[in-house]
Design a binder for this molecule. Structure first.
Ligand code: HEC
Ligand code: HEC
Ligand code: HEC
Ligand code: HEC
Ligand code: HEC
Length: 456
C-alpha cells in the first residue's frame, strides 16, 4: 500500500504558487517550470511580499472577477460552537462509523491521490485544480480574487490566513458537505450536542452534481470533462426519485452511544471499486450480462453459436462515467472441464483520447444506462470435448499502464479490480450422458454489488 504522506509533493507547491502571476506573466511558457522550481528557493521572501517590487500588480482595470463556479471556493469556514477546527477528526469521536467509512473513500484522497498529484504537477500546480478536489477556502494557501484580462493562467491573489495544510490533505471532508455558517448541516433536525442546520440542497444529489458535472477546457491538452450529472438527468431515474445517494450512500443502521438505532447512510462513496489506499478491493459493475446458449446442446468439433447481451442495468449513468481514462474490460472465455482456456475474446467500454497536439476523443464505446450490446460469438469446440463452460469476467480499469508510466506513478498504485465472474456450463451433445447428467444451473462466483443475470 502506498503511504499518501510520502507523496508529499504538494507541500512544495504553495510558496511557488503564491507568485505564479508574477513569475509567469512575463516569460514564455517553456520557461515556467524552471522558474517555478527556482521560486521554492525564495519561498521565505515570497511569502512576505507576494510580488517582487520589480513586478507591480497590474492596473486594477485589467483584473477581472472570477465568473465560473469552479473558480470560486467555499468559505472560509469557521468551526461551529464547541469545535476547535473544521477537521474531520473533530467528528470522529462521536460518529466513528461515518468517519471510518469516509476515510476509505476516494473523497478522502481527492487531493493526496498520486494521479491527481502527478497531473497537477504537470500542470504547474494550476490553482484551479484543487477547487473541486479540496474546495474549501481553508484548504488553499492563497486565495485567488481575480484574473488579469480574464486569463486563468494569470491569477491574482493574496496569502490566506485561514489556510490549514492538514485540512488540505483531507480532500473532500466532513466540512465540505456538513459545515456552513458555523453550523452542522444535516438532512433533518435531531437533538445533538452541536448545532444542526437543515439544508436540502447540500444533503441531496444536487450537491454531488455540483462537482460531478463539469466541462472545463483549460487549454489544448488539458481538459476536465465529467458529465455524470447530465448522464444521470437523461435517465428515467430522477422522475422515479432515485438519486445518487441511493446507490452511492445506501441506507444503513447506526447506533448511538446509548445503543439506540437510527437510519444512516454509508459514507464510503463506493464507485466502480478500484481500490485506493485504505479501501478494500471490492470491484463492482453496473453491467448485467445474459448468456444465451442453445439448450439443445452443442456438438464437439463444430462451432457453438453463443449470444451474449451486455447491458448497463445498474448504474445511474453511463459506464464508465466521470474520469475519461476509466474503462471496463469484459472478457469472454470458453473453458474445458479442467479450467483450460480454449477460446477467448474481449470488449472494452470507455473513451479513448489522443492528447497531442490537441486533446481529442477518438473513440467512445461507453454504454448508456439501459443500453445493450449484443454479441454473436462463434466458438469452435474441439472434437472430443467432454465438459465446457462459458465465462464472462468484468474488470474495472483506472487507466492504461502507458498513462501511469507517463505520469511517473509508482507501480504499486492500484490500476484495476475484478468486479465479478459469471460462468455458465455449456450443454454438450453426447457428453451429458458420459458426465452422468450434470445439472445445468449456473455457477456464480466473486459476485459483489451489482451482479449479472442469466437467461438461456
Ligand atoms: C460530542 C459528540 C459529537 C460530535 C463531536 C459531533 N457530533 Fe454530530 N451528532 C452527535 C449526536 C449525539 C447526534 C444526534 C444523532 C445521534 O445520536 O447520532 C448528532 C447528529 C449529527 C447529524 C444528524 C444525524 C441525523 O440523524 O441526521 C449530523 C449530520 C452530524 N451530527 C454531523 C456531525 C459532524 C459533521 C461533526 C463534525 C464536524 C459532528 N457531527 C460532531 C454527536 C456529535
Ligand atoms: C466538492 C466536490 C465533490 C462533491 C460535492 C462530491 N464529490 Fe464525489 N468526488 C469528487 C472528486 C474530486 C472525486 C475523485 C477523487 C479521486 O478519485 O481522487 C470524487 C469521487 C467520487 C466517487 C468515487 C470515484 C472513484 O474513483 O472511486 C464517487 C462514487 C463519488 N465521488 C460520488 C459522490 C456522491 C454520491 C456525492 C454526493 C453525496 C459526491 N460524490 C459529492 C468531488 C466531489
Ligand atoms: C460528499 C458529501 C459528504 C461528506 C464528505 C460527508 N457526508 Fe455525512 N452525509 C452526507 C449526506 C448527503 C447525508 C445524508 C442525508 C440523508 O439522511 O439523506 C449525510 C449524513 C450524515 C450523518 C447522518 C446519517 C448517518 O449515516 O449517520 C452523519 C452523522 C454524517 N453524515 C457525518 C459525516 C461525517 C462525520 C463526515 C466526515 C467523516 C461526513 N459525514 C462526510 C454527505 C456527506
Ligand atoms: C442506480 C444506481 C446509481 C445511481 C442513481 C448513480 N450511480 Fe454512480 N455508479 C453506480 C454504479 C453501479 C457504478 C459502477 C459502474 C461501473 O463502472 O460499472 C457507479 C459509478 C459511479 C462513479 C464512477 C466511479 C469510478 O470508480 O469510476 C461515479 C463518480 C459516480 N457513480 C457518481 C454518481 C453520481 C454523482 C450520481 C448522481 C448524479 C450517481 N453516481 C448516480 C450506480 C449509480
Ligand atoms: C469542476 C471540478 C473539478 C476540477 C476543476 C478539477 N477536477 Fe479533477 N476530478 C473532478 C471529479 C468530480 C473527479 C472524479 C471523477 C470520477 O471519478 O468519476 C475528478 C477526478 C480527477 C482525477 C482522477 C482521480 C482518480 O482517482 O482516478 C484526476 C487525476 C484529476 N481529477 C485531476 C485534475 C487536475 C489535474 C485538475 C486541474 C487541471 C482537475 N482535476 C480539476 C472534478 C474536478
Amino acid at each position: 500500500m502506498l503511504d499518501p504522506g510520502s507523496l508529499g509533493e504538494h507541500h512544495a507547491w504553495t510558496p511557488a504558487q503564491v507568485c505564479s502571476y508574477s513569475h509567469t506573466s512575463h516569460v514564455s511558457a517553456k520557461f515556467r517550470a524552471v522558474i517555478g522550481v527556482a521560486a521554492i528557493g525564495i519561498a521565505a521572501a515570497a511569502l512576505l511580499s507576494c510580488r517582487p517590487a520589480s513586478q507591480p500588480r497590474p492596473p486594477a482595470d485589467r483584473i477581472k472577477p472570477l465568473t465560473n463556479y469552479w473558480e470560486k471556493l467555499i468559505g472560509p469556514l469557521a468551526p461551529p460552537d464547541g469545535f476547535d477546527t473544521i477537521r474531520s477528526r473533530e467528528c470522529a469521536e462521536c460518529h466513528p462509523d461515518a468517519y471510518e467509512e469516509w476515510r476509505t473513500s476516494a473523497h478522502a484522497y481527492s487531493f493526496s491521490d498520486p494521479q491527481f498529484q502527478a497531473e497537477w504537477r504537470k500542470d504547474k500546480h494550476l490553482w484551479l485544480c484543487p477547487n473541486c478536489h479540496a474546495p474549501l477556502a481553508n484548504q488553499q494557501y492563497r486565495l485567488i480574487t481575480g484574473l488579469v484580462d480574464s486569463d486563468f493562467r494569470q491569477p491574482v491573489g493574496d496569502i490566506n490566513p485561514s489556510y490549514d495544510s492538514e485540512l488540505l490533505d483531507e480532500g473532500i471532508n466532513c466540512a465540505t458537505c456538513h459545515i456552513r455558517d458555523r453550523k452542522v448541516i444535516a438532512k433533518q433536525k435531531v437533538a445533538a450536542p452541536h448545532s444542526i442546520q437543515v439544508d436540502d440542497h447540500l444533503m441531496s444529489h444536487e450537491w454531488c452534481i455540483y462537482c460531478h458535472n463539469a466541462k472545463v477546457v483549460y487549454g489544448p491538452v488539458r481538459i476536465c470533462y465529467f458529465e455524470t450529472g447530465d448522464e444521470y438527468r437523461k435517465t428515467e431515474l430522477p422522475a422515479k426519485g432515485v438519486h445518487c445517494l441511493d446507490c452511492h450512500m445506501p441506507e444503513t443502521t447506526r447506533y448511538t452511544s446509548s445503543g439506540e438505532s437510527r437510519r444512516g447512510r454509508l459514507h464510503n462513496f463506493l464507485g466502480a471499486g478500484i481500490p485506493k489506499f485504505a479501501m478494500e478491493a471490492s470491484g463492482r459493475s453496473g453491467l448485467g450480462v445474459e448468456v444465451k446458449a442453445d439448450p439443445g446442446g452443442y456438438r464437439p468439433g463444430q462451432k457453438a453459436k453463443i449470444t451474449v447481451v451486455v447491458t448497463n442495468r445498474f448504474a445511474g449513468h453511463t459506464i464508465p462515467t466521470g474520469d475519461i481514462e476509466r474503462f471496463a474490460l469484459v472478457h469472454f472465455r470458453l473453458l474445458d472441464g479442467g479450467g483450460k482456456v480454449l477460446w477467448k475474446d474481449e470488449r472494452r467500454y470507455g473513451e479513448e483520447w489522443e492528447w497531442w497536439p490537441k486533446a481529442r476523443m477518438v473513440q467512445d464505446t461507453s454504454i448508456r444506462r439501459g443500453e445493450s450490446r449484443t454479441y454473436d460469438f462463434e466458438v469452435p469446440l474441439p472434437p472430443g470435448l467432454e465438459e465446457a463452460s462459458f465465462e464472462v469476467t468484468v474488470e474495472q480499469h483506472r487507466m492504461i499502464e502507458k498513462n501511469r508510466d507517463a505520469n511517473k506513478m509508482h507501480h504499486s498504485y492500484p490500476m484495476k479490480v475484478e468486479a465479478w465472474t459469471y460462468s455458465v456450463p455449456l450443454p454438450l451433445k453426447g457428453a451429458a450422458a458420459r458426465r452422468g447428467g450434470k445439472d445445468d444451473t449456473s455457477r456464480r462466483r466473486a459476485t459483489r454489488g451489482a451482479g449479472p443475470s442469466m437467461d438461456g
